[in-house]
Design a protein around this ligand. Structure first.
Ligand code: PGA
Length: 248
């Protein structure tokens, strides 16, 4: 049985006071939730949020990390710094990191392996552009990303994959339920072939891209959808709570 996971990716939003208000609201609003709930604040709010959530069921993710432990990497944050704060998950390979910060599949692969070594659970994001989908290349692109990003992944490590079609992120457009189910099924089959069936059955595959309270139930009800990675709608207690409560 895969426990559904709903993760909020706050991106570059939320100063400390707003972040604390949001997690306080979620903590009280979501008691008894059936899904696992994770929030990914910006680095500047991680420590205060970690302290606030010390005795909460809500878990913490970082939005990125470097693949080296320490050293002369100005502006970067290592996996050790994250575990030091009590962070358990890390979002890796988000399309915004790939596109705006030139993260290659090889860099993402190093980050995935480093995260595991540090005891962090990676939430690996993959997704195709609109052009790639229209060309009929969506499955090829996702297979290629997964093969490269998961190179050397151990067969018994925790894995969360977020399928986020780039054209659906922050645009208000979601993939159709058929497109989502087909891609999630493909991803599970790919992981099965690449890393074995037992890992494939345990891997949680989240959908991301304009998940909102009014489409969450339909998306989260699909058989190969094990949760959601939510951007915009994770910034409001009521929206995010409705999405969490829509998880099967
Ligand atoms: P969105 O973002 O929900 O605002 O589309 C999702 C994401 O980028 O993870």
């Amino acid at each position: 049985m895969r426990t559904p996971l709903i993760a909020g990716n706050w991106k570059m939003h939320m100063k400390i006071a707003d972040a604390l208000d949001l997690v306080t609201g979620l903590h009280y609003g979501l008691r008894g939730a059936k899904a696992e709930v994770v929030v990914a604040p910006p680095f500047t709010a991680l420590y205060p949020v970690a302290q606030k959530l010390e005795n909460s069921f809500i878990d913490l993710a970082a939005q990125n990390m470097h693949y080296e432990n320490k050293g002369a990497f100005t502006g970067e944050v290592s996996s050790d710094f994250l575990t030091d704060l009590g962070v358990h998950y890390v979002i890796l390979g988000h399309s915004e990191r790939r596109e705006y910060f030139a993260e290659t599949d090889e860099i993402i692969n190093k980050k995935v392996l480093k995260a595991l070594e540090a005891g962090l659970k990676p939430i690996l994001c993959v997704g195709e552009s609109l052009e790639q989908r229209e060309r009929g290349d969506a499955f090829k692109v996702i297979g290629n990303q997964l093969g490269k990003n998961l190179n050397g992944f151990p067969l018994d490590a925790p894995l969360v994959i977020a399928y986020e079609p780039i054209w659906a992120i922050g645009t208000g457009k979601t993939a159709s339920t058929q497109e989502i189910q087909d891609m999630h099924q493909f991803i599970r089959a790919f992981v099965g072939e690449f890393l074995g069936n037992s890992l494939a059955q345990e891997t949680r595959i989240l959908y991301g891209g304009s998940v909102k309270p009014d489409n969450a139930k339909e998306i989260l009800g699909l058989s190969d959808v094990d949760g959601a990675l939510v951007g915009g709608a994770s910034l409001k207690v009521s929206d995010f709570s409705q999405i969490v409560n829509a998880a099967k």
